[in-house]
Design a protein around this ligand. Structure first.
Ligand code: PMP
Length: 356
């Protein structure tokens, strides 16, 4: 399928396919790693306060209030913070502004499937580095004797495995890879990982991205950010200011500030998701599932006697949607987002019935 008016590059794109956002009500939606709990009430209050005459005016193109809030939260300077319309947009600017070189960038063979899509859009050469047998990132595999790379990117915890990488391994990688940018995509870090932001002052080639979509329940508001050396951030600002001056709406800026101000709510929600994850893992293990150790708000799991595609279809018939990747090594696994205690109980009950 093509059209004579398309640019050449559009013909060759293989766009990312996001998880389904079904129109049907009453589905148990465990397919896109959203938070099952709503955002802090203080976020809603802040957004409501914006709805007057202010919307007539453009937002602050720099999002200074939110940069300041993030800088204070992580004890860095606002010049070390970059904001974007979701961390997907931040990542897009990173691929174009920091990872596009003659040498290939490196990322795991099983990882966030948007990375190769950005490589296609921005024509970034890449190589996939296989995870180990047990689906771990082995950082030594990214330091290949005498062969430089154009950059390294991986999520921590990795997606869709959920497996965390210890901070010591990230530091080892930074010590052995000083000639290119290392991007740690921390979309799920607040559910049990250890952030690498503490290392940005010591490693000028480290960039850490995070999002408010998961642990702060704001996927619908679209806020992502990067923290790193001011020199890296400046590259991203240059790309952003050549692309869209106002990536964050007024709602996003005030909502984001309010989200960082409500630490108690944030901790409460993360704690609940982590507790539910532990319980769900125990119950699925009891049903014979193998579950990869997860530090995220989702798990990757398989049943040795049940085909994943069939399990997914059967769950769907019972109104429960989960994610299945038709991809080598993980085609027999399902990725399941941690829901509320009630949703998880429905999932376990449905699986009990299906497995028999
Ligand atoms: N990184 C990873 C690993 C993700 O799974 C996601 C969510 N799909 C994102 C980044 C982007 O999230 P958002 O654009 O909502 O910030």
């Amino acid at each position: 399928m093509s059209n004579p008016f398309w640019s050449d590059i559009v013909r060759d794109l293989e766009p990312y396919v996001p998880g389904e956002q079904p129109k049907l009500a009453n589905l148990v939606k465990l397919n896109t790693n959203e938070n099952p709990y709503g955002p802090s009430p203080k976020v809603l209050e802040a957004i409501a306060g914006e709805s007057g005459d202010s919307l007539r005016l453009y937002p602050d193109p720099n999002g200074s209030a939110l940069k300041q809030a993030i800088a204070e939260y992580y004890r860095v300077s606002p010049e070390q913070v970059f904001l974007g319309n979701g961390s997907d947009e931040v990542l897009a600017h990173i691929f174009q502004g920091l990872l596009k070189h003659a040498r290939p960038i490196l990322f795991p063979d099983i990882t966030y499937s948007f990375y190769p899509v950005y490589c296609g859009l921005y024509q970034v050469p890449f190589e996939r580095v296989p995870l180990t047998e047990d689906f771990s990132i082995r950082v030594a595999d990214y330091c290949r004797d005498g062969r430089d790379n154009g950059g390294i990117i991986f999520p921590n915890p990795n997606a869709p495995t959920g497996k965390p990488l210890p901070l010591a391994d990230i530091e080892w990688l930074l010590q052995h890879n000083r000639q290119s940018v290392v991007v740690v995509d921390e979309a799920y870090i607040d559910f049990g990982g250890e952030t690498a932001i503490a290392l940005v002052d010591r490693y000028p080639n480290l960039l850490v991205t995070q999002t408010l979509s998961k642990s702060r329940s704001l996927a619908g508001l679209r806020i992502g950010f990067a923290v790193g050396d001011a020199g890296l951030i400046e590259a991203l600002e240059r790309v952003k200011n050549s692309f869209n001056s106002y990536p964050l709406s007024r709602f996003a800026i005030v909502g984001g500030v309010a989200a960082f101000a409500d630490e108690a709510y944030f901790r409460e929600v993360c704690g609940r998701v982590i507790d539910s994850r532990q319980q769900l893992v125990a119950e699925l293990t009891g049903l014979g599932f193998e579950v990869l150790p997860s530090a995220a708000n989702f798990i990757l799991t398989r049943h040795p006697q049940q085909a994943a595609a069939e399990l997914m279809a059967q769950l769907r018939q019972r109104g429960i949607i989960v994610r299945h990747f038709q991809q080598p090594r993980i085609e027999q696994y399902l990725r399941i987002t941690i829901g509320t205690a009630e949703q998880n109980a429905q999932l376990v009950m449905a699986l009990q019935q299906i497995i028999g």
